[in-house]
Design a protein around this ligand. Sequence first.
Ligand code: DGI
Ligand code: FE
Ligand code: FE
Length: 191
Amino acid sequence: MAYSLGQFRLQAAKSLEFERFQHTIGVEVLACDLAKKYQINAEAASLAALTHDMAKAYSIQEQIEKAKEWNLIHYPEDLQCPQVIHGRVAAYMLQNEYGINDQDILNAVANHTLGRPGMSPLEMLIYSADLTEPSRCFHGVDKLREKLYDDLKEGTLACVEHTINYLTQSAKVIHPLTLLTYESLKKNEND
Ligand code: DGI
Ligand code: FE
Ligand code: FE
């Protein structure tokens, strides 16, 4: 690997606001712990965790401009709620500026906000650790963490359910990928 985990950690410390950096380290700690439990590559989990929010070093307007330039806008909702595109922007940068070619890592970063149907274990891990890392403190977060330690897929489904409830209660647009992710995990549960 051309860039070490230490370099990505340092870059996160330098480029992100302090709270965002703390969150990033929280995602790494939880993702690595869960990776050990579920026999997922811990180095891949660390790398994805450390870089998942790297595009947040840019303003939302800059994220939109980069996403347009790099053809990363796939749904009208991407521009209606542009806070959902920073994962794809980060994955593009990882591949094209940092030479990361592990598709599973790139997918985990790209899909950490919305998920996608048929997520891999690493993608589920980063999606869920992002929502439940130690510094997140919303009502019900402990229960979500417990579920994640019981069963990665069911825990991830509970995380998507939580997000849908939160978005509904705050009358926000639910992105089609959020719903497709939910349906995919639910179907899988019933298979
Ligand atoms: O980047 P983080 O703050 O660590 O977390 P994130 O990447 O999961 O989410 C970024 C934002 O995206 C957060 O405010 C929730 C929002 N979001 C996630 N799914 C949807 C969504 N917003 C809308 N409108 N619709 C969605 O389906
Ligand atoms: Fe994010
Ligand atoms: Fe995050």
